[in-house]
Design a protein around this ligand. Structure first.
Ligand SMILES: [Ca+2]
Length: 212
């Protein structure tokens, strides 16, 4: 069980003497101070000025988690001590991941709002100022499979969101979709139809970029 009652962050201070060794701050600090219910599954990214840390948060319902976050300065000051509500959608939102690119973070997570048994992949942008730009969330993939445990990266132009997919092949497969910085999920074909990000079953796939 992945469990942690509070979200903690140890800030690396830089490379210590000696090749390949990192120094770690001599004290951890509490990032979320807003309650006693469970917080877990943290992730963090740096935007050039501050860090954004995100996590799964049960402050509103012990059985139906949400996604919250907080910015942390390079000096370790928690800039959003009450937390930023990134998604408070129905049912559970779990296992957030994020990356920074082109001025905003993209946070992605597995989301049970439309089906309590088969999570989808949702995301939302968070600005450097801590504003949640997509408070209803962006549907990244809705295939009727068990889509879970996303990860996010940014290549300087677009985001890549990847996740594990259970149900269409033998066990788990890895699928992904590119998401533009305008938070559009890139579609595989034109004219636009349902978001289609997967090649034939059991074959991990990425999207082709539309030609125009
Ligand atoms: Ca929720």
């Amino acid at each position: 069980m992945r469990a942690a009652m509070f979200v903690l962050l140890a800030v690396p201070l830089g490379v210590a003497s000696g090749v390949g060794r990192l120094a770690v701050d001599d004290g951890e600090f509490l990032i979320d101070t807003s309650g006693t219910r469970e917080r877990k599954s943290p992730a963090s990214a740096f935007d050039g000025t501050n860090y954004l840390t995100v996590w799964e948060d049960c402050r509103n319902d012990p059985d139906r988690s949400d996604i919250y976050g907080a910015r942390v300065s390079q000096s370790g000051a928690v800039l959003d001590p009450s937390g930023l509500a990134i998604s408070r959608a129905a049912d559970r939102q779990r296992y957030p991941a994020l990356a920074f690119g082109n001025g905003d973070h993209l946070v992605a997570w597995e989301d049970y709002r439309s089906n309590p048994n088969y999570p989808r992949i949702y995301g939302a942008r968070v600005s450097q100022a801590g504003t949640v730009l997509d408070p209803s969330g962006i549907l990244i993939q809705s295939a009727a499979m068990y889509l879970s445990s996303p990860a996010v990266s940014h290549d300087g132009t677009n985001y890549l969101v990847v996740w594990q997919d259970f149900g269409r092949g033998a066990g788990y497969d890895i699928y992904g979709a590119r998401v533009s910085s305008l938070h559009r999920v890139m579609r595989q074909r034109r004219p636009p139809g349902p978001v289609q990000v997967c090649s034939p079953p059991r074959r991990p796939a990425l999207l082709a970029v539309p030609s125009s």
